[in-house]
Design a protein around this ligand. Structure first.
Ligand SMILES: [Zn+2]
Ligand SMILES: [Zn+2]
Length: 148
């Protein structure tokens, strides 16, 4: 898998914007998440090491944590599922999750910009983020169920 120069410089700009040094493991993790959103830690490690065998497991763990802390990567954990990571951040998007296989897809906010931030009763809290998870059955699992 080759990454174009423009994409790499995008990642470099993202890292610089949060005052992080541009390193090969950081670029590799961002590229893996761009191509494979909503993957768990083990999958990120496998994806990164497939292209860069010299990057250690521990390095990938450390990079994931640092990028999440910096806000370049979002950690999601629907229900009791394993934590997943994605590089689409800052747009308050939601997720639809398959109960059978755990497949996850992005769902944009329903009407324009962050309307879901308006709680019917905010109990006096200052709300700055809303996370909605839609649970259901993905098309693959639904087809399997019918054919059984
Ligand atoms: Zn499914
Ligand atoms: Zn997402």
């Amino acid at each position: 898998m080759g990454y174009g120069r423009d994409v790499t410089s995008d990642f470099e700009a993202q890292l610089r914007a949060v005052s992080m040094r541009v390193t090969r493991p950081r670029l590799a993790v961002l590229a893996a998440l761009r191509d494979h959103p909503h993957v768990d830690t083990d999958t990120v490690i496998a994806l990164v090491r497939a292209n860069h065998p010299t990057i250690s497991h521990q390095a990938v763990y450390d990079v994931l944590r640092a990028l999440t802390d910096a806000g370049l990567v979002r950690r999601i954990q629907p229900g009791r599922a394993t934590a997943r990571y994605e590089s689409r951040v800052g747009d308050n998007h939601h997720h639809v999750v398959c109960r059978s296989c755990g497949a996850i897809a992005d769902v944009d906010c329903v009407v324009g910009h962050a309307p879901c931030l308006t709680a019917s009763d905010d109990h006096g809290f200052v709300v700055d983020e809303a996370e909605v998870v839609y649970w259901g059955t993905c098309p693959d699992c639904a087809t399997e169920r019918i054919s059984q």
